[in-house]
Design a protein around this ligand. Sequence first.
Ligand SMILES: Cc1cc2nc3c(=O)[nH]c(=O)nc-3n(C[C@H](O)[C@H](O)[C@H](O)COP(=O)(O)OP(=O)(O)OC[C@H]3O[C@@H](n4cnc5c(N)ncnc54)[C@H](O)[C@@H]3O)c2cc1C
Ligand code: FES
Length: 510
Amino acid sequence: MESLWRLGADPIPTRSDAPRGADVVVVGAGLTGLVTALLLRRAGRTVTVLDAAGPGALASGGNTGKLSLLQGSVLSSIRAYHPASLVRAYVQANREGAAWLTAFADAEGVSYTRRTAYSYAQGSDGASTVEEEAAAAMEAGLEVHRVLPTAEATGVGGLPFPIVDAVALDDQVAIDPYALVRALTARLITEGGVVHSGIRATGVRVVPRPRVRTTVGDVWADHIVLATGTAVVDRGLTFAKTHGLRSYCVAFTVPGEVPDGMFLSVDGPTRSIRSVTPGDGPDTAQLIVGGGGHPVGRQPSERAGVDELIAWTRAHFPGAEPVTSWSAQDYQSHNLIPFIGTLPRSAGRISFATGYGKWGLSLAPAAALRIVAETTGTRWRDRSPWMREFATRMTVPADIARGGEENLQVARRAASGWIAAERRAIPVPQPAEGQGVVAQRGGVPMGISTVDGQTRAVRAVCPHLGGVLAWNDAECTWDCPLHASRFAPDGTRLEGPAVDDLSVEPRSAR
Ligand SMILES: Cc1cc2nc3c(=O)[nH]c(=O)nc-3n(C[C@H](O)[C@H](O)[C@H](O)COP(=O)(O)OP(=O)(O)OC[C@H]3O[C@@H](n4cnc5c(N)ncnc54)[C@H](O)[C@@H]3O)c2cc1C
Ligand code: FES
């Protein structure tokens, strides 16, 4: 499963030798890490970026490329429990991040198109959400306009099906996110930064001097930035204050017209729709449809979600043929406001950012701006007001309730995974191609899978905090239902807060 942006694209050139220390070591070459590194380099710091895979390997190279201040129902969801000032701060952060990114794209010749973004309702429940979203957006100073539920609602923005209601914001951006990652990496290297691929961080220490522990040894720094999606070394336990959401995208060729707007439904089933033109992506597809989002490792069949997206698109866009399908995950905080700052007990030496809730094209550059302001000692009164507002945000009872519900789910999954594994003992029949099964041997859950004709067994216990892994039948991976770590069939760690691989076990399927 490769994203449309990465499919057939040349690899981004980086270094693979042993990294040297620097003023700042940034772990993670996604949007957060690359923008932070570039800004710190421009502030005169020596910078080394380390990535376990390579630039844009995860969400930054696998999103839908919509840079928009209208984001489904995010604004009204924040406003429901928080003061208007926090929504304004959220919009301001996104506006600053978006302005930085488009200025960078202009300077580097990364093309993009301007589109109208729509948050739309498919049913009557969604209509009230659209109304609330319009009110929250207007209150926050966004110049949105309503697309009222009249006959005109058929074909809004070029959609080939009727909708019930929508709110729209003009002049938003569609862009190829991997082209952005490529340009950021190249610019950083040109300006003296160093980017290494294939180096996984396994820990950090701040005493006696900050250093990142990696698969190839320690890398020293004065300051460390963890830009790893979810912080891989988390002294603030943010993995328990966010949840990892995985969703699916399919790119299609379409013989007829495609809509020119960018769409996100506010009610279920979630649909994210955008067309692709030569100005904002490769010419191998004309349409991207996304959806099927779910907490990582908690879906009975991920494959069914992809199939459903394909069937839905074919029904609404006659002749649509899939070119590629892919998946990625992002982390959402319980109150939808990202976590950006320094880790507790790090003496201010380790910064991190997470919790963009699938809006990192604008929030990652915003986070980078804040990390750089903190790292370079910009006085509070000289920082953007949103940075102060985020820093002093209050947790309200609704946030605690949402966090409590998520932690309850985690506790339930933690217990049920072990109980389910207990019920099935090895030996088990050999799984069919593309399938995996968890069974216990001596009370320990084992994951047995068959992929590309090879049957393997791994210890199906997450090395992070012991979650029992579940098989992802769309991507052929072992996924953790607790805090969203993921592993290849051979046990290699792919992403999430875990830093170690799974141990490989002797095959014992029947
Ligand atoms: C399906 C989907 C669609 C989305 N669509 C949009 C959209 O249209 N618009 C929008 O604004 N946002 C969108 N997003 C969100 C956006 O893609 C993310 O918020 C953003 O890319 C996060 O960037 P990041 O740099 O923080 O993390 P990532 O892109 O996940 O980068 C983290 C990097 O850290 C590396 N890493 C991880 N662990 C280690 C380790 N231990 N050692 C070394 N390296 C490590 C990884 O290899 C990776 O390269 C979408 C997200 C998803 C999942
Ligand atoms: S990611 Fe925390 S237990 Fe698996």
